[in-house]
Write a protein that binds this ligand. Structure first.
Ligand code: BG6
Length: 509
């Protein structure tokens, strides 16, 4: 399809960013995979951008008996691997800011030692009593760690020191509605909502945030962003890889909990919520809550027509899910979920929202596709154009970040000839920079105390309320997820979910 490329009108559009204030970051699970692949390299990335305060230090925590030096060396190696853009000068300075505290997270003594360490570093680095606790540990430890931190004085009701402490919690936040509620009750006995930063790393992606900018900083889209002009919306998060090394965790989770309950529903909320009055944390999160509350409860009697679960099967030399290490060979855990949802409010009544996410599909791609209604009448039918294709707006979140709008145009020539054109904006071509890692943005926001991109509990709770009945029905059901071949683009049942309504999925590519 021919393309018209977007021209940047101003190339100096990289933002001036706010530098982090002095603080101590404590990472629980600091020798783990997430810390090495994402967290520590992202902090180094913040330093590389000149935004990390000189009065910053990091305490890694873990069970291994590492000296400060050994931990720092491992961390620097991890940064070099994950974020090669960090210069040697920055790395040298960063290395000196790294320390390690080993111990058992269930042992109260560990927390007393940690407190002493934090006090000493706060004195040495003048961190103004600002301390962030990042829980990059199995979810079963979130509650106990929060309680222990409360006991040694970081909690709001028992605090004996004037700490400005924040708790950063990775997903999954709970396994279902009951466990999420229980976890929240435990945490909220020790930390106020304003101290809790629940991470959904999709919210740190530049292009996800751009959904709000696109909708609410342009006057031309909002008037047509509703049931009168939009036929349907598709939100897709497809991954080309299978579960790899994460089979053990994933088998107890599945695509509905791992991707749908959080990333997909959060993206849907950004695409469909009402305009918040400001870009302040609670304004945005209030609107997200209202939107999630407006999602129509899922009718279990027709579940098979609106919700589909799949599991990838072996294809050629690619293993099926059941052959992955750490996975129960009899597992009924789904690696793909697709659903049709409705939003029962004035703006979206009767507009279907098709959501899908899956592992081991044909390509890695995340996108929002908004298909507008067709023109009400074709004046070109005498030239054979009865069925004029609708305009389609694609917000490509990754990997080719950009926005694409298709429209019809006349092809040159004396005959009345029509063709679809694409107006295309590519982040890379316009800004010429790589997208910053989502964790860089989120960690910086934690340091700055900005909760806008983090999940307030009522947002999570509403999502769990919607999906809990589905989880329950699936766990009680005799039926298994539908097998689909590794690396496929689609399969009959997945197609049927949307084609039954006379629509088609956009190809995963
Ligand atoms: C995580 C999920 O939240 O997101 C993983 O637990 C998934 O299963 C990952 O692979 C995908 O993230 P991204 O940023 O690579 O799209």
């Amino acid at each position: 399809m021919p393309e018209i490329k977007a021209q940047a009108t101003s190339m100096d559009m990289m933002c001036a960013e706010s530098p982090a204030p002095p603080c101590i970051l404590v990472i629980f699970g600091a020798s783990g995979d997430l810390a090495h692949r994402k967290l520590i390299p992202s902090i180094a990335g913040i330093a590389q951008r000149g935004l990390l305060n000189d009065r910053f230090c990091l305490i890694g925590c873990g069970r291994s008996q590492l000296s400060d030096r050994e931990f720092a060396q491992g961390a620097i190696e991890a940064v070099k691997k994950a974020n090669p853009s960090v210069s040697l000068t920055v790395l040298k300075r960063f290395e000196k800011q790294l320390t390690f505290q080993s111990g058992n997270y269930q042992d109260p003594d560990f927390y007393r030692q940690l407190l002493q360490r934090i006090e000493a570093l706060n004195e040495e680095y003048q961190c103004e009593h600002r301390v962030l606790f990042y829980l990059s540990v199995p979810p079963s430890l979130y509650g106990p760690i929060a309680e222990h931190l409360g006991e040694v004085g970081f909690s709001h009701p028992h605090g004996n020191v004037d700490w400005d402490s924040r708790l950063v919690v990775e997903k999954p936040f709970g396994h279902d509605l009951a466990s999420a509620t229980e976890l929240n009750e435990t945490i909220s006995q020790c930390f106020k909502e304003s101290q809790v930063y629940r991470i959904d790393h999709y919210m740190g992606k530049e292009t996800v945030q751009n959904i709000l900018m696109f909708r609410f900083a342009n006057a031309i889209f909002e008037p047509i962003w509703n049931r009168s002009y939009i036929d349907h919306v598709q939100v897709t998060i497809a991954e080309s890889l299978g579960v790899g090394e994460r089979g053990g965790y994933y088998d107890g989770s599945g695509a509905l909990r791992d991707m749908f309950q959080n990333h997909l529903l959060q993206m849907l909320a950004l695409v469909t919520m009402e305009p918040p009055a400001s870009f302040a944390a609670d304004s945005v999160r209030d609107e997200k809550r209202k939107l999630l509350e407006a999602l129509r409860p899922i009718d279990l009697k027709t579940l098979n027509q609106t919700f589909l679960r799949g599991q990838y099967a072996a294809q050629g030399d690619q293993p099926g899910y059941l052959q992955e290490s750490g996975v129960n060979p009899e597992s009924t855990t789904e690696t793909l979920v697709a659903a049709k949802l409705w939003i029962d409010n004035w703006r979206w009544k009767d507009v279907p929202f098709y959501l899908r996410t899956g592992k081991a599909l044909a390509a890695k791609t995340t996108e929002v596709v908004v298909t507008f209604k067709q023109v009400p009448h074709s004046m070109f039918s005498s030239a054979g154009f009865d069925d004029i294709p609708p305009n389609v707006l694609v917000m490509q979140i990754q990997p080719q970040e950009g926005i694409n709008l298709s429209f019809q145009a006349k092809r040159p020539g004396s005959k009345l000839c029509m063709g679809t054109l694409n107006m295309h904006f590519s982040y890379e071509q316009v800004f010429g920079v790589q997208m910053p890692e989502a964790y860089e943005r989120l960690l910086l926001d934690c340091m700055l105390g900005d909760q806008t991109l983090f999940m307030r509990f009522d947002n999570l709770d509403t999502a769990w309320r919607l999906l809990d009945p589905v989880l329950q029905q699936w766990s009680e059901s005799e039926t298994k997820p539908i097998p689909y071949p590794h690396s496929c683009n689609s399969f009959a049942e997945l197609d049927h979910l949307i084609e039954a309504d006379g629509r088609h999925w956009r190809k995963i590519q």
